[in-house]
Design a protein around this ligand. Structure first.
Ligand code: SAM
Length: 350
């Protein structure tokens, strides 16, 4: 039996669940996670339209295919009009959340980002605008919020400082990344943290720290995906993260934060043919089909063999709908805010 309240589970108990190879125990974990999700979201799966608007990046994360030092990447940036056209197509396809994601690209100054957000907000006053453009100062985040952004995704990647330093160059720091998350939460964004499973040098204890950090931060969204190597990076020869271990981390996160919005990530779908569906069966409740123009999809290559790079936006939307219906889930195209958002019922600390 799975305890109903995981927050009373000891570190030893969580470590055992993180590492279990026992299929029955896993299934009990997934089933408890499904039940926890159903209490807030039923069988609904929220659709977010993902726009990968730049693959330029000043950072050099050792795992990431679009790291600045990777000279084999053909770089691109979408113009304001191209971004708006993605939103227009997305709106016609029913999306009510646009996720603008990119590398840390200094060309997109605060002025330019605010201009993009403002333009989308004017055309779509009721849609959710999610940003995922990395670390910026508090004032920048405030400015984007005032311009109309309402959610922000910034995975912490790993909550263990020593491990963080093995994945990133010295110019990057975990305390700074965490501070960004606290700033975003404080400003009033719905905030998404998250981590990769199976990054080089990761231990089960590191994953436990990720869970404890999530428990403390209480983000509204948590992105969890397996690490997948990209050949032109320093970690190109490392093995990918474990599929089942990623599913277990999704389920444990759901049990720790029953109200969270948790995507069944593209990376999960890349390492296993029904990976995203199985992510939903382990407690996830969001999918993020791609709205980026088809000609740039392949260029946003964070890792090798990324799926869905050859389909048009409409195909992605329909394909995903069929896939999730086959597993008994109900597509929901509404904004899909965090349960209780705007009603004062958020569980975020004051
Ligand atoms: N620049 C923004 C940031 O730093 O948050 C957003 C873009 S970043 C490429 C999006 C996410 O991709 C990262 O948070 C990381 O977890 C994930 N990612 C990068 N390389 C990956 C890899 N090789 N395998 C799996 N996920 C990866």
């Amino acid at each position: 039996m799975m305890p109903a309240r995981l927050d009373i589970i000891s570190d030893a108990g969580l470590l055992e669940l993180i590492g279990t190879e026992d299929p029955e125990r896993e299934e009990a974990l997934f089933s408890a996670a499904r039940k926890a999700r159903a209490g807030f979201y039923g069988q609904d799966v929220y659709f977010r339209g993902l726009i990968e608007f730049t693959n330029h990046c000043k950072n050099n994360c050792y795992y990431c295919g679009i790291r600045g030092a990777n000279s084999r990447v053909e770089r691109y940036r979408l113009s304001l009009e191209e971004i708006l056209n993605c939103c227009r197509l997305g709106n016609l396809l029913g999306y009510r959340t646009f996720v603008l994601q990119g590398g840390e690209d200094p060309w997109f100054t605060d002025d330019r980002v605010a201009e993009i957000i403002g333009a989308i907000r004017r055309e779509y006053p009721g849609h959710a605008i999610t940003l995922s453009i990395g670390e910026r100062g508090r004032e920048s985040y405030e400015r984007f919020f005032r311009a109309g952004a309402d959610r922000y995704l910034l995975r912490h990647e790993t909550a263990n400082d020593a491990h963080y330093r093995k994945l990133h160059p010295e110019s990057m720091s975990l305390p700074e990344r965490k501070q960004c998350l606290y700033n975003l939460r404080d400003i009033g964004y719905q905030v998404g943290a998250g981590f990769m499973v199976g990054t080089p040098f990761q231990t089960p204890e590191n994953l436990l720290e990720d869970l404890r950090f999530i428990e403390e931060l209480k983000p509204h969204m948590v992105g969890i995906g397996p690490f997948i190597p990209q050949a032109d990076t320093p970690f190109g020869n490392h093995p990918p993260g474990g599929f089942r271990q990623t599913l277990r981390m999704v389920a444990l996160t759901r049990l720790l934060l029953p109200q969270a919005l948790i995507p069944a990530t593209t990376a999960l779908g890349t390492i296993s043919p029904f990976g995203r569906e199985k992510g939903l069966m382990a407690g996830a409740n969001v999918v993020m089909p791609n709205l980026s123009p088809k000609d740039v999809r392949k260029l946003y290559a964070l890792y090798d063999n990324k799926i869905c790079t050859g389909d048009e936006a409409a195909e992605c939307r329909l394909c995903m709908e069929g896939r999730i219906r086959n597993f008994g889930f109900v597509p929901n195209m509404a904004r899909g805010d965090y349960a209780g958002w705007g009603t004062g019922a958020s569980t975020l600390p004051a």
